[in-house]
Design a protein around this ligand. Sequence first.
Ligand code: SF4
Length: 747
Amino acid sequence: MSETAASEARQVHHTCPLCEATCGLTLTVEGDRVTRVRGDDEDVFSRGYLCPKGARLADLQDDADWLEAPLVRRGNDFERVSWDEAFQAVADGLLPVREKYGSNAVAAYLGNPNVHNLAGAFYVRPLLKALGSQNLFSASTVDQMPKHVSSGYLFGRPDAIPVPDLDRTDYLLLLGANPAASNGSLCTAPDFMGRLRALRERGGKLVVVDPRRTQTTDLADLHCFIRPGTDAAWLLSILHVLFAEGLADLGAVADFAAGADEVQRAVEGFSPERTAAATGIQPETTRQVARELAAAKTAAVYGRIGTHTVEFGSLAAWAVDLVNAFTGNLDRPGGALFPRPAHARPDGEPGTGSGFRIGRWRSRVRGYPEVRGELPVATLADEIETPGEGQVRALVTVAGNPVLSTPHSTRLDAALAGLDFMVCVDPYLNETTRHADVILPPPRALERSHYDLAFYGLSVRNVANYSPAVFPAPGPSEADLLARLALVLGGQGADADPSIVHEMMIGGMIQSSVGAKGSVVAGRDPAEIRAALGDREPTDQLVDILLRTGPYGDGFGANPDGLSLDKLEANPHGIDLGPLQPRLPGFLATPSGRIELAPPPLLEDLARLESRIADAPDAGRVLIGRRHVRSNNSWLHNVSALVRGRDRCTLQVHPEDAQELGLADGAKARVSSRVGSLVAPVELCDDLLPGVVSLPHGWGHDVPGTATQVARRHPGVNSNVLTDGEALDPLSGNAVLNGIPVQVEAL
Ligand code: SF4
């Protein structure tokens, strides 16, 4: 670094927005570039930890393929246009479709990055309201929807997800998760693996259940190999043992839990002996784990992607909560607790909640129930291809690449090509957006402020951290972009002022705060609150209202030492708000005011599981996915440093299977499922359970018409060519991405 450059360099602190772990980063900034990224040693939560993705945040910021201006389709090509022209093109293309065919003819798909930025968190709602369509799809139904179903039924709040108290528990049972690669999910814990090591160092026990040996299982005291898709059956066997041996104890939640007897009756048929053939776990191991869970001073069960993206995902998610409850570990320190983030709203009165239900409407073609206002993305192609009233003819995507990330992708790819109109809010011309008529690129990651609205609500410690934007956005902010899109869809015209939406959002939030029972600002003058917000970006004003009216907030002067955005900004390493504390029964939103342990829809679904375990175990091969610490679904494959080196998109095959199939390491194999086939390089790997093969997801960048140069040089194959659009968990609509029956043959 030259002397001049060194003198110009500045250090800023910014929360990494790339995954759920919320690590604090220290960025060295010179001019308009980030020249160095380190973990922030003083960050109150991550304490210097960062992973290879966070270390490459500057590369993402500098990605030459990130679109700088909107694109509009002209024949087979795209033309760079002004923002006004782009919004006019959206109005000209989308509104006639809706006028002619009705609101449901325009669908929306929301990708996972929406939950990693403030504009996505706040502004998608007005956008969807303006859209007025029942055809809403998102990445939730290829990921975590079963957990929302379980929480909705048990606690009355689909977004209230108990997280394992990693830092205090004495015993952790982890299923279908590999935090060594994912850094944790639905459980925000920077340096997750360091926290697992600390658990063992303080004498705790770690048990991991997974069909594959991983870096996480290597750390475990006990690793149980399990047949993919059978976690629900195994957890119900744990419950069976707890009841059969008189070990079931609801602990502190017993006074406000309903349905314990129904649960006991429901698990009678799931003895460890009965499920062993299906799960592959010996009955004595199941009994041992059940007894240890019951005997541990504190324990927590945590299930993730491998328990959710299977045909019994909702039952598995429910069973995780039940085991926590019946070992006395639900809502107690060291067990599984609900975070209380700085932006939390007042709990409400137990017994006044409206509860949870699914199926307020159904998908037109296959009749799948709506869940949390969404339909399963696995049926999006059905809705586009099937003629008739309500057929989807246009699509709005925001931060999503469903051609790579959702089931039966060859079919969806073809369906998107047949749409009348498609507009994508996306930084790349990629496998999905190549079908668009208009692409609206958002600002880059460091051109927006950050506060983790989604993940502090799933955090193993109550923490708050705010990062201002590092660089100004050259175009509209993402909030302006989404607001203008909402205005176009609302018929306000392509040139409508986005501040209309900003004022509506801010005014609405103030009104609901001063009008809410129990709010620290109840009854105050909205104009006084509005004046106190200053002239920050609209998304920051919204965060400020939430913080100041939240459980640690300054109440706009009512609690002068409390939190505000100013205070967070003055503490760039974050503010620690302490360990998780019990929140029940106040947090419950069930109509009964109790934890509903035995919701009828889940009890009814048990018959399907019983019949599956009664069948002879399927001897066929099944496909599972896998993650890598340098990847995040489909969206970091255009960063050279994260994809270089040995090809990671390989078909892992156990050597016994390889011998039977005549496959050699490095050779090509054809993998076929009911809906498709692909060819992938073979990697012999004895980490797998024999009979299970593994392919990562998010790859397949070799289709024509994209402009992601790095990804195209490292294309891999798209595992969703093999996933079946008709294989779903029926309650949540979640796609089955693990345990897909496949045939494998040598080429
Ligand atoms: S673990 Fe997640 S939040 Fe932390 S540096 Fe890596 S990508 Fe960023």
